[in-house]
Write a protein that binds this ligand. Structure first.
Ligand SMILES: [Fe+2]
Ligand SMILES: [Fe+2]
Length: 347
């Protein structure tokens, strides 16, 4: 483990040659040069992310205002708690991404992180719009602060928050790696029980506006997952010592813990009282996701027998499929922003 040098800011003596560009520990000039990128995937990613532009307020929440008053007790509890969790996750993402960017010395990747932070801000904007539209001011405050007022939710948030704080307090290469893996878990596992719950409501015709907001958020989070996986794969090539057997075990255990925390959370926040969504369905899906995330980084799978998307959960990817988002499900006005067709299907 070694301490990282924060990247230079104004640095006319930085390296210009692409061959010298590195993900971390490079000597960057910080020049934004779209025509000279070492990491060509960054160009695809950037254009893809820009084409995902959307405006939360263009989604109609009229039906949701009525539906929210008629949710069952279980549905409302889950809705409020999951929304509170997502609000926290997007907020900490917005705050933490610049910390990661301070040590990334590939400028094209910093451009991507900047777009990601902007999208996380749009996600927070969408939650604000949902809360302002469907809740009373008291309900709004209650949902907004459950992330720290609900002890179970606070304990959950600490798992990711502590990893981020470790790097914030001690800028070592190993802590940066753990922060990046925590990001990968957050984007690729943590959001999903929330997404699943909202899609389950969508399947029974409830809260259609929230479901649409979530589908757009899900599409962005997919891109963020793609970005962090790409960063990790490049780091594995450039800094193989950080991926020694011992560290890989730590990263894999983090993914496993991420899955387990998510399953515990589903027991607490969702339970078995939601039509069309049982805890065993959620557990199957999360174990499958944990395996998929391991495979994405070239790690061995964690859960035997969970290599394929469970049949009972096929509808989740129908809702979250970034390509389907452009066609049937959305109002023409909103979907017209999206012109992108580049997406990695295995995310
Ligand atoms: Fe987000
Ligand atoms: Fe994200």
């Amino acid at each position: 483990m070694s301490q990282l040098q924060r990247k230079a800011l104004f640095n006319e003596k930085g390296d210009i040659e692409l061959s010298k560009r590195r993900m971390i520990n490079g000597n960057t000039t910080n020049l934004n040069d779209f025509n000279n990128m070492k990491y060509s995937w960054a160009s695809d990613w950037y254009r893809h992310a820009m084409n995902n532009f959307w405006i939360p307020e263009e989604i109609n929440l009229t039906q949701d205002v009525k539906d929210y008053r008629n949710l069952s007790k279980e549905e409302k509890t889950a809705y409020d708690k999951i929304l509170s969790f997502l609000i926290f996750l997007d907020s900490i993402q917005t705050a933490n991404l610049p910390n990661v960017g301070e040590y990334i010395t590939a400028n094209e990747v910093n451009l991507c992180l900047t777009i990601q932070a902007y999208q996380e801000a749009i996600h927070s904007q969408s939650y604000g719009y949902i809360l302002d539209t469907i809740c009373s001011p008291e309900e709004r405050t209650d949902i907004l602060y459950q992330w720290k007022d609900d002890p179970t939710l606070l304990a959950r948030n600490k798992f990711i928050g502590d990893r981020y704080n470790e790097f914030y307090d001690d800028r070592s290469d190993f802590n940066l790696l753990k922060t990046i893996v925590a990001n990968y878990i957050l984007e690729g596992i943590y959001f999903y029980s929330g997404f699943m719950f909202f899609y389950a409501l969508g399947r029974i015709g409830k809260m259609p506006g929230t479901v649409q907001e979530i589908r757009y958020i899900n599409r962005d989070e997919n891109a963020h997952l793609w970005l962090f996986r790409s960063i990790l794969i490049e780091l594995k090539k450039e800094e193989p010592q950080l991926f020694n057997e011992e560290n890989e075990k730590i990263f894999r255990d983090m993914i496993k813990q991420g899955v387990e925390e998510e399953i515990k959370w589903a027991h607490y926040a969702i339970g078995n009282g939601i039509e069309g969504l049982s805890l065993s369905m959620i557990e199957d899906y999360l174990k499958y996701l944990g395996n998929l995330r391991c495979k994405g980084l070239g790690f061995e799978e964690i859960y035997e027998g969970y290599s394929k998307e469970p049949e009972s959960m096929k509808w989740v990817s129908e809702y979250s499929d970034p390509n389907a988002i452009k066609t049937d499900f959305f109002e023409a006005k909103v979907s017209a922003y999206s012109k992108s067709s580049i997406i990695e299907d295995d995310l």
